[in-house]
Design a protein around this ligand. Structure first.
Ligand SMILES: Cc1ncc(COP(=O)(O)O)c(C=O)c1O
Length: 381
């Protein structure tokens, strides 16, 4: 078994979540739209989960619409809230592909789309936002925390500015949920995306939190489920699992953050002792569970392979873009040069990680970096 250090890609389902889901895959299999008792039981379970997810982000009076993934929640936000022409859209340059791609699709259909640049630490500054807003901008999307760097944005301040210019604000909080406290109402955003499998829930279920005064166009039409915003018979067991995971995440938030912060400090102390290692976004507020770094002269893909062979599962950045040869768009947006960006390795901790695993990982890293550097020296000699 590998030591799993890739929790920003996905997390294991918590045993309590699995337990909660079981009945809804078997005896409680009713369709929530049915009026009979089995249907009503399924409906009650979906509504209870909605409350649990709402509580994780202090959603108050906002609506929670369940979707098939965080990706779908982002698509629903961007495409469903896209203003009619000539209304324009602005998204940050460091967004996940599930925000960038629908934004590009809007641009391909002739909509004006502006990309908000990041600073060298991966932050979206108020000045950068101001610079990217056009008089006709009606929708702004800025993520709460980045999946690669872990950098946390000052969403409340940014949302304030965007709202003052007459725009709706969406924030992808898929990575932030369960790692930092989220307060939907206080954040000032109109739309917030979440995903179950990043918080020890099942894969294939997400949610979009929607301010009560915001209307969206659905992406999927049919039987009118989820208040007409996401047709299709609900994934009851998945939704129940999401609810249970949200509840656990809310209760364990502080303990988890403290545990992750200790592991982060431990690993970063070792990284700082290594020659030529840069930790990206280290000057900004970051998620405690994320460390994104590169070692000078080392190719990230080669190092990841060596680490995998030694029993450590880390990542090169966004899991979805790992198969592509391009370096991280997040690092490029931060002004990191391509060569250095090719060296990037992301470590992301979860509840199942312990200090000894981090020490063993740092030992392996030190060994493999030294070996790769020796090999490079021999090749140039
Ligand atoms: C920031 C961010 N947004 C959205 C997603 C997509 O979520 P899902 O895997 O549920 O589609 C991810 C997953 O990698 C993510 O990290």
């Amino acid at each position: 078994m590998s030591v799993y250090l890739d929790h920003n890609a996905t997390t294991p389902v918590d045993p309590a979540v699995w337990e909660a889901m079981q009945p809804y895959l078997r005896e409680a299999f009713g369709n929530p739209s049915s009026r009979h008792a089995p249907g009503r039981r399924a409906r009650a379970a979906v509504e209870a989960a909605r409350e649990q997810v709402a509580a994780l982000v202090d959603a108050g009076g906002a609506r929670v619409v369940f979707t098939g993934s965080g990706t779908e929640a982002n698509n629903l936000a961007l495409l469903g809230a896209a203003p009619p022409p000539p209304g324009a859209v602005a998204v940050s340059a460091i967004e996940h592909s599930s925000v960038l791609e629908p934004a590009r699709a809007l641009a391909a259909r002739g909509r004006r789309v502006d990309f908000i640049p990041a600073d060298p630490q991966g932050r979206i500054t108020p000045a950068a936002l101001d610079g990217a807003l056009a008089p006709e901008t009606r929708l702004v999307s800025i993520m709460t925390a980045n999946n690669e760097t872990g950098v946390i944005q000052d969403i409340a301040a940014l949302a304030d500015r965007a709202r003052a210019r007459g725009a709706l604000v969406h924030s992808d909080a898929v990575q932030a949920a369960g790692k930092i406290g989220l307060d939907f109402a206080a954040s000032g955003v109109h739309l917030m995306s979440l995903s179950a499998h990043k918080i020890n829930g099942p894969k294939g279920v997400g949610a979009l939190v929607i301010h009560k005064r915001v209307d969206l166009e659905p992406l999927i039409r049919g039987g009118g489920q989820e208040a007409g915003l996401r047709a299709g018979t609900e994934n009851v067991a998945g939704i129940v699992g999401f609810g249970a995971a949200a509840e656990l995440a809310r209760r364990r938030l502080e303990a988890r953050a403290a545990q992750a912060a200790a592991l982060q400090a431990r690993l970063e102390a070792r990284l700082r002792a290594l020659a030529g290692v840069e930790i990206f976004g280290a000057g900004a507020a970051r998620l405690c569970n994320t460390v994104f770094f590169a070692a000078a002269g080392i190719d990230g893909a080669t190092l990841l392979l060596k680490l995998d062979q030694s029993g450590f599962a880390a990542a090169s950045g966004s899991a979805c873009s790992s198969a592509r040869p391009d370096p991280s768009h997040v690092l490029l947006a931060m002004g990191v040069d391509r060569e250095r960006a090719y060296g990037a390795i992301r470590v992301s901790f979860g509840a199942d990680n312990a200090a000894e695993q981090i020490d063993a990982f740092a030992d392996a890293l030190e060994r493999e970096i030294a070996a790769l550097r020796r090999m490079a020296l021999r090749e140039t000699a």
